[in-house]
Design a protein around this ligand. Sequence first.
Ligand code: FES
Length: 202
Amino acid sequence: MSELLQIGAQRPKAPRPEELTLRFSDKAVAELEALKTHYPDLKSCILPGLWIAQREYEGWLPPEAIAEVAHRLNRSYAEVEGVATFYTMYNTAHKPGKHMIEICTCLSCQLCGAYRVVDALEEKLGVKLGETTADGMFTIHEVECLDACDRAPVLQIGDEYVGPVTPDTLDAVLDKLRKTDKPSSVQLADSVVKVHLRDGDK
Ligand code: FES
């Protein structure tokens, strides 16, 4: 089978319309309705709609979440899925761990020791980049420049930047996260939704 066909075979199936279970909370429905008034063309509401969904579906976008956004915005599943899978900040491949630690390895961070931090993270957590710890607590990812080069090497965790970090300061970062209740992907999605809403919407 060609590589292209193999990728196609792995693509998650969209739920049938009759299988669709809507999971948005009342708060999420109200937020989406407010956001819809911002855009004459609902196509433009797909991005904020997906952020609401990422919060409502515990930090990621399974096919059911994409289908719910498509349904609520009266767009096709394929169109919404295309947007969701284009942008790396939407988690479509799998549910991340409770805390997603993204480490920048671009030039400034790399020169300031980002790969030493990656090595230390992998050793402390027992996983490689892109993997989730067995207890579901942490997922680690490598990302491009976070536009915080003055804090290199820097991590993004939810809506917070942490840096500069060193292998020696990682334990404190991880300990703090273990005591944090709200999953970082949910926290980030909630913050982005708030940015999209106007004061009058809240
Ligand atoms: S290179 Fe890491 S934040 Fe810019």
